[in-house]
Design a protein around this ligand. Structure first.
Ligand code: HEC
Length: 244
């Protein structure tokens, strides 16, 4: 029940965004793609962990699931944490965070389950310049967001362009589209989209590491049932032979 209420409180603002008319882009990520998860993990520790924790995740478990040794973990993913058994916390003081950003950056352990992967992917692609905001940026799916666009160098800046569109009924309404300020950043922005797909993939995996296990268990169960079917058929034949 508690879980349900939790899910609902997250879902409500999400639905509001969806109804605000912004179409979500599809993440199309694949949690069985280990290389993608590794890239996503690297992006997370390099660009997100300064502000966001993953308090339910342990490096060791990530290592095991992503096919990394303890040495790989220490070399590529761990900067602050001492032992591989530790959870992913951050050093930033909550009060400082609030003073800097107006809000405390939330823990992202279950963000993919709370918001959905398409929302997350769209969020990461939807920062745009807005001089009226304290961080100089706003976000199409998270109005007046307190997070700075930490990956602007990877994506290039985007600006909002207001356009008017006419729907099938002939009503015109205003839509906001994002465009690169500098068209020469196009290639960079395409690479950024791939990176964000990997990052979202990692966050989906972190939200429910057991999903990976379930996936491989599923195949084993199917295989078992298939072999069992063979035995059953053989057994049935055996029984009926005597009766006929
Ligand atoms: C400099 C600090 C900082 C960094 C680095 C940072 N964030 Fe944030 N992030 C914030 C703050 C502050 C908020 C809260 C925004 C708000 O509520 O207005 C936030 C909010 C978010 C949210 C929305 C959470 C919600 O309420 O639904 C997501 C998703 C998110 N960050 C993902 C990321 C990812 C992924 C990275 C790494 C690429 C990252 N952030 C890096 C400060 C940061």
């Amino acid at each position: 029940m508690k879980r349900l209420i939790f899910a609902l409180t997250w879902l409500l603002p999400t639905m509001a965004f969806a109804s605000s008319g912004v179409e979500l882009q599809q993440a199309n990520n694949d949690i069985t793609d280990q290389a993608s998860l590794q890239t996503g993990a690297k992006l997370f520790v390099n660009y997100c962990m300064g502000c966001h924790s993953l308090q339910y995740a342990r490096f060791q478990r990530i290592g095991k699931d992503l096919g990394l040794t303890d040495d790989d973990l220490k070399e590529h993913l761990m900067f602050g944490a001492e032992k591989v058994g530790e959870t992913i916390t951050i050093a930033m003081d909550q009060d400082d965070a609030e003073r800097w950003f107006g809000v405390t950056p939330p823990d992202l352990s279950v963000i993919a389950r709370a918001r959905g992967t398409d929302w997350l992917y769209t969020y990461m692609l939807s920062f745009y310049l807005d001089p009226s905001r304290p961080m100089g940026v706003n976000n199409l799916v998270f109005k007046d967001v307190g997070m700075p666009h930490v990956l602007w160098e990877q994506q290039g800046w985007q600006k909002a362009v207001h356009k008017s569109e006419t729907d099938a009924q002939g009503h015109s309404h205003e839509v906001i589209e994002l465009e690169l300020v500098n068209p020469a950043d196009k290639e960079k922005a395409e690479q950024y989209e791939k990176d964000m797909r990997n990052l979202v993939n990692f966050l989906e995996y972190i939200g429910e590491p057991a999903k990976l296990e379930r996936h491989s268990l599923g195949w084993k169960v199917l295989l078992f049932l298939f072999i069992f079917l063979g035995f059953s058929v053989a057994l049935k034949k055996e029984y009926w032979r005597d009766i006929h």
